[in-house]
Design a protein around this ligand. Sequence first.
Ligand code: HAM
Length: 411
Amino acid sequence: MRDILPPESARWRRFNTVFADIVEAAGYGQLIPPLLEDLGVFTRLGDATDVVTKEMYDFVDKGDRRVALRPEMTAGVCRSFAQHRPTTPWKTYYTGSNFRYEKPQRGRYRQFDQVGIEVLGADDPHVDVEVIALAWEFYRRLGLQHVRLIVNSLGEPGDRARYVEALRVHFEAAGDALSAQSRETLTRNPLRVLDSKREGDRAIIADAPRIADFHTDEAAAHFAAVCEGLRSLGIPFEVEPKLVRGLDYYLRTIFEFQGGTLDSAQNALGGGGRYDGLVEALGGPPTPGVGFALGIDRTLLACDDEGVFPPEPRALDAFVVDVTGGCEAILLTAELRAAGLAVDRGFENRSMKAQMKLANRSGADAALIVGDDELTAGTIVVKPLRSGEEQVTIPRSDLIAHLTGTDRDDR
Ligand code: HAM
């Protein structure tokens, strides 16, 4: 688990703001679910999911309840829906930390942040298209050029079950030719064997049955409508028949956004899909659902690799350098901040030289210098720190107009 320090932390905040602006403009409202849920909320995600069986931060609290730090947000959103029964379609977005006991490496952490959206109560394939298009727009807004969108459909519940069975038969027939790890995966979740990157497994996976051959007409029509909608928006995508997702609740449409620059094990910047049975599993009425989550940590690494959406230096309008030892710096900073300016100051009555060093380091546009002469005369020395302009001495009463440029507009 890491600390996120300035200026990186400011970039995280901008990331969240850009995301919120996009999804709020599309009618999504923010849900702030708790970080901790009853363990049962997550165990219903399926015992074939590593996230649930191996990676969960679960414990018994002081009231003897089995609880867990959330490993993802979708289950909490569905629990919230089942509890509050809002009118549908319920369009929510969220942002926050999740916890998975994974092996930490670049782009994979035990505490990581996500932004995401979920739409509950709408079956229409056009909702799937809207959800994917909003993520696409967000990547575009960040400036990322190398994001690849892959989509697939896991079909209706019956299709998925028949497909999983066919995969089981196929992989079991391969016997020891399949790697020991994949044979172990096979016993828990045959779908995940398709994810194996092991050289020896490749040929067996290439020959595996295709999900599309198991789609009912209904599932095929839903998926065709999603693809058609994406095409109509000019969003480039590839159908990847071997795409399965790490979580077990998906049905019908699934998708993933892959970055071009991270290691392949960490190149999923985000993903999502339909999970039509999840609300019901959490005690709510049968409710279709679709959404995505994008990893903040990984997306920002991809931004670094592509040289876009950089951290920005702190923007300060002014830094007050007061060497008079009285209350002038207190008053001046308070007045300027009240006028909407971003202002910092030196403390501990340090020397002019020491305070000027701080002012230069602060990134402020100007130092506002107050010595005994200025205090007596009611003036301030404004020393531009970045523009290379000459310093000027102005009446204190003109300072706000001077700094905001309104004196120039008046002329
Ligand atoms: P997920 O694929 O498990 O899906 O996670 C989504 C994204 O979170 C990943 O693509 C990745 O960027 C980021 N992520 C996951 N684990 C880590 C980690 N250990 N370190 C850093 N980043 C990580 C979900 O969580 C689903 N709830 C998505 C969804 C929403 N499906 C439907 N609605």
